[in-house]
Design a protein. Sequence first.
Length: 444
Amino acid sequence: MKKVKTILIVLDTLRRNHLGCYRYERKTSPNIDRLAQDGVLFNSEYTCDVPTIPSFTAMLNGQIGLKTGIVSFNPTERLFDSDQSLPYILAKNGIITAAVSTLFYMRSWFARGFQNYLNPLAGARERTQTVDAEEINSAAIPWLKQNYDKDFFLFVHYWDPHCESTWNAPMPACRYQAPERYKELYYKGQPKDQVDQEYVISQYDANVAYADEEIGKFLRTIDDLGITDETLIIFTTDHGENLGDDHPTGKNLWDHYDIYEDIVHTPLIMRYPKVFPKKRQIDAFVQNTDLAPTILDVYGIPPPNDFDGKSLLPVIRGETLEGYQEVYVSTGFATCKRAIITRDKIKFIRTYKARPDSPSRELFDLEKDEKEQHNLVDERKDVADQLETRMLRWVESVLGDKPDPLKIRATTGMIGSINKPAMYYYSVIYPPRTPEKGFNTATP
């Protein structure tokens, strides 16, 4: 077996186009940008399922939600197989596995296979989603210093810039609470009013900048320990974020409860100095389910036959330029939708449950309409029909005669649906702090 150290860094709720390496005008991410300069940047990575629970389940288990049944964060959805997760397989093959994360509070299966599960907020479950990057580093950096001379897999999950929000609130004000020293980094003074989009985005960006600073400290620890060349670092997110965007489904959308591009088109950076090229950008279609088989491939471990993803090493090495011909993304949170995105940037969305005034079908030409403003389904009905048929055939090829978990969620009810706010469930599990203490229940 190859000697490898691997670190998977996930910055939650990170909008791809708010990073400098993805051409954002604000200098929010110098450390992440430097990571991209020293490694490989993927331009077309999509998460297969959103939001947090289905996305991380797919990422760590190498299987799409359509197969595992984890398509939302409804408590009736359970992941029963315990021997197919990435950390479990690595541990079985003698690799030390560790996680620094609060995800265990959401679902117990996120701890499977980790010999070391470090939760800096043990005993403070109500802060599951408001743990800050300094708290994560307080556990991640000491663990790294104690284990740097071994072969390991380390998963580090930063929550910034996840929103602190209450659901069905009529305004987005104060949804992203940046640390005090960052509050005026991109916006001076008080917001113009309670729906000041410029102010809210400034606070989101300030959170990205704060997390980037702490990620920089973590990366410098790797350098100081002298293990940079032998360490594979993968940087990504679970999903992006709507920041007051308008779409055919609705106006002034906030948070991450849909499958528009700013939520499902995600950043992916890999650095492995002794193996991977520098300053390389890859346009091939890839998905977050590819991370698990890629990591196993680096260790020389064959992936299980039922993994949906595939190793990205051939693409990174330039042995092939081919990615997927199309990718599929789904969400069962607040709405039930599935989309197909083709390599020529045509996107079709089928909605199974949404707001009463939402279209059931949407078609976008992402080449000409990257912000998904113009629904072409009536103008190009033939294309929409073809893509819907292709998507239905793909679902059948995966499920056979098994029921579609997304349609089950649409027909039997969703935690976080329009008629039952997400806060209902999370206020039961994570009692919100009082407003004066600065915490409101947030969604995953």
